[in-house]
Structure formats: C-alpha cells, structure tokens
Design a protein around this ligand. Structure first.
Ligand SMILES: N[C@@H](CCC(=O)N[C@@H](CS)C(=O)NCC(=O)O)C(=O)O
Length: 390
C-alpha cells in the first residue's frame, strides 16, 4: 500500500478541523487523519509551529500548513477547477466569502454555549472524546487530567466570546432562528450555493458538525428541529453523493450567478448578527493600531499563540455584549475585499448592489489601517492601507 500523501492532525471535537476534513472528503483527496495526541504531533508539529493548534496538514515532504483557510487554499491546487470551492460568478463568490466569515467566526457563541453549558447531557461524551484524541491509550487518571485542562481552557474561551447569563437566552433564540433559516434554504438546495459545496459550506461545518450536530444536547436539538440541516452535515462528511432526498439535481451552482430568496434571508440574518460586533472590533483594532503601530511582519499579538489584542463591548439584540478582538478576522474578510478588487467594474457594481440590498455593505468597505497576513503559519501585520471606519 502506498503511503497517504497528506496527514491531517485533528480531533473529532475540533471546530476548524471539521472544515479541513470535510473539504478533503468532498474533493476525494486521499489523507490520513491522526489525533492531536499522536506522538508526531507533539514531537514534531508543536515544536515546528511553536504552538499547539489544529488542524495541521502535513505534506509528504514533512512541511506543515496550519490554518483551515490556508489548508483549503493549498488543496485547491489538487482539485479539478470545475469542482473548486470558489464560485466563479461575482455575486456568488462574494457571498461565499461572507458565508465563510460567518461559518468560521459567527457561530462561536452557540457552538461553545451548547457544548459547555449542558454538563448533564454532554460531559461524559466530551470527556471521552477529548481524552481519546489528546491522550490515546492513557489510563483513567491521565485521561481525566487531560480533559480537565482542556475543558477549563475552553470554558474560559466561552466566556471571552461573550457567553454569559445575560446573553445566553439571546444566543439560544438567535441560534434557533438560524437553524430555521438554514432549514428553509436547504428545502430545495443540497448546499449553500446549489449543487456542490463551496467555501461557505466548509466553514459552516466548523461549528455545525463537531459541536452542534455531534455533542449530545445540541445534536438532539438539531435532529428535532432541522432535519434538512442534519442531512447537510452528513452529506458534508462523506466522499459519496449523498443528496438522494432532492431526487435528480444538478451539481452546478445556482444558474446565472443567482442568490435565491432563502439565501438572501439567511444573509440578512448574518448581517444583523455579525455587523455590530464586526464594526466594534474594527474600531477597536484601528485605535489599537494607532496607539501600538507594529513593524511590518510583526507577529500579531506578540507571540503565535496569542490571538486577541483585547476586548470590546457593543450592543447586540438589546444587551451589551463584550467579546475578544481577534485580528485574524480581518484576514478572513480581506479575502472578500481582495476578491472584489480583482473583479471587473460591472461585477463590482453588481456585488455592491447586492450587498446594499442585503444590508451587508460594511463588510465590503470597512477596514482597519493595517492588513493582516499569514507567513510561516503565523498571523503577522501586513502593509498599511487607508482605514474605512464604520
Ligand atoms: N484560524 C485557525 C483556528 C484554529 C483553532 O482555533 N483551532 C482550535 C481547535 S478547533 C485550537 O487548536 N485551539 C487550541 C488553542 O487555541 O490553544 C484555523 O482556521 O485553523
């Protein structure tokens, strides 16, 4: 048997791992999946990256790619262009970036809440699941120590994203609205943009599979309320065609670069959910950059494992929500900006009109005074640009 060309280091419970795994499966790319507790992860991957983080893709020559977006972009080189996760139509391309942003960053609160605030239903499963991946084969004492460490860390992160007694009822309400909108969209379409998955679908898999479809409590919620979404998760985790309930369907994206009504509804919801936080974060970041101007290529946060540069408060659904500010989010959104900048003037106009109609214009225009780039698997401050503040 020939060795697998790629190795993906993951955990079944890991959000961003689900995105990379789903892409490899959907595109039929051969890979070996290893848990983060694998000796090579600790002996080779962690020292090479100077941090503990998953997913990590190891190439046959031993080089490593961290970051789910960079992994997908690298793997796009192996994929038949007709299956690319990047739509070619201008409007679909732009919307795919918005969906990617929301999937990666916009569902962290429900994902973390439904995982860490339902101990009675979730804890036994989570402790086995985490220990099984982090300390395979360890004895019961070590397994429980490893889980305690990981769960403490994640519970702290849950609070830092803004999950607390005041916001929890609103997070739940918002998540149920989201499930209903997504279900309505999947009534007639097996994927977000039509007959095959695009970057938005892969990003959605991050929170939607390991946390919201797999952990015991939210999985029941999803099964009872959103069968179409459950089926989409299953479909996103297989290499086989798995959309029989739609009968005969085309594997093309929606014709004529269309964004159907149900997806427009979902995009409006995304704007309402994301924009207050996004605007507050960019304002905070831009001010921070003014006070702490970094050198070009300086590591964001000062060291690879530090993701946030502070926290800020903004109004959300009638309450004040405080969340950590992560410059990485600029990196994701720049992809939208760069994609639109490379479009023809007519396509730019059509994207602008669509974003205006969906009240998403700030996602196209707002930016901080510096770019965020990735070099050597790290986020670094990139060149200056004209800031556009909300
Ligand atoms: N931007 C990164 C985020 C990866 C990430 O946050 N991974 C989590 C697991 S889902 C992790 O490794 N957390 C460990 C830590 O932050 O210490 C990506 O898209 O790959």
């Amino acid at each position: 048997m020939s060795p697998s060309p790629y190795i993906l280091y993951t955990m079944p419970a890991s959000l961003y791992s689900a995105k990379a795994r789903s892409y490899l499966l959907a595109m039929g790319i051969d890979f070996e999946e290893r848990p983060a507790g694998h000796p090579r992860y600790n002996d080779y991957v962690v020292p090479s990256l100077s941090r503990w983080i998953i997913p990590v893709l190891e190439l046959p020559d031993g080089s490593l790619i961290q970051d789910s977006l960079d992994i997908l972009d690298f793997l796009e080189g192996d994929v038949d262009p007709s299956l690319s996760a990047y739509p070619t139509g201008a409007r679909q391309r732009a919307i795919a970036h918005v969906l990617e942003f929301f999937g990666g960053e916009g569902l962290l609160r429900p994902a973390m809440h439904y995982r860490w605030n339902f101990d009675e239903q979730n804890l036994a499963f989570l402790s086995n699941d985490f220990a099984g991946a982090l300390a395979p084969g360890a004895n019961a004492e070590l397994r429980s120590q490893v889980f305690a460490m990981a769960s403490d860390r994640m519970r702290t992160a849950t609070g830092l994203f803004g999950v607390n007694d005041t916001t929890i009822p609103l997070i739940e309400k918002s998540y149920l609205e989201f499930l209903d909108l997504l279900s309505a969209h999947f009534e007639t379409s097996p994927y977000l943009l039509g007959g095959r998955p695009t970057i938005g679908d892969f990003a959605f898999m991050g929170p939607m599979y390991p946390h919201l479809a797999r952990d015991p409590y939210p999985s029941g919620l999803m099964k009872n309320r959103a069968w179409r979404v459950v089926r989409w998760v299953e479909r996103m985790n297989t290499s086989r065609p798995d959309a029989g309930e739609y009968g005969e369907f085309s594997t093309d994206l929606f014709a004529n670069d269309d964004i159907p009504v149900t997806l427009r509804e979902l995009c409006r919801y995304i704007g309402e959910e994301l924009l207050p936080e996004f605007r507050a974060h960019v304002r905070y970041l831009d001010e921070w950059l003014d006070e702490n101007p970094p050198e070009d290529n300086e590591i964001v946060g000062g060291k690879p494992s530090r993701r946030s540069i502070g926290s800020t408060t903004f109004p959300w659904r009638g309450v004040e929500l405080t969340s950590v500010v992560m410059p990485y989010r600029l990196y994701i959104l720049q992809r939208l900006h760069d994609a639109v900048a490379s479009m023809s003037p007519a396509d730019q106009e059509s994207v602008q009109a669509l974003f205006e109609e969906l009240s998403l214009t700030d996602l196209l225009t707002v930016r901080a005074r510096r770019r965020v780039e990735r070099r050597d698997n790290r986020e670094v401050w990139g060149p200056a640009q004209e800031p556009v503040l909300p």
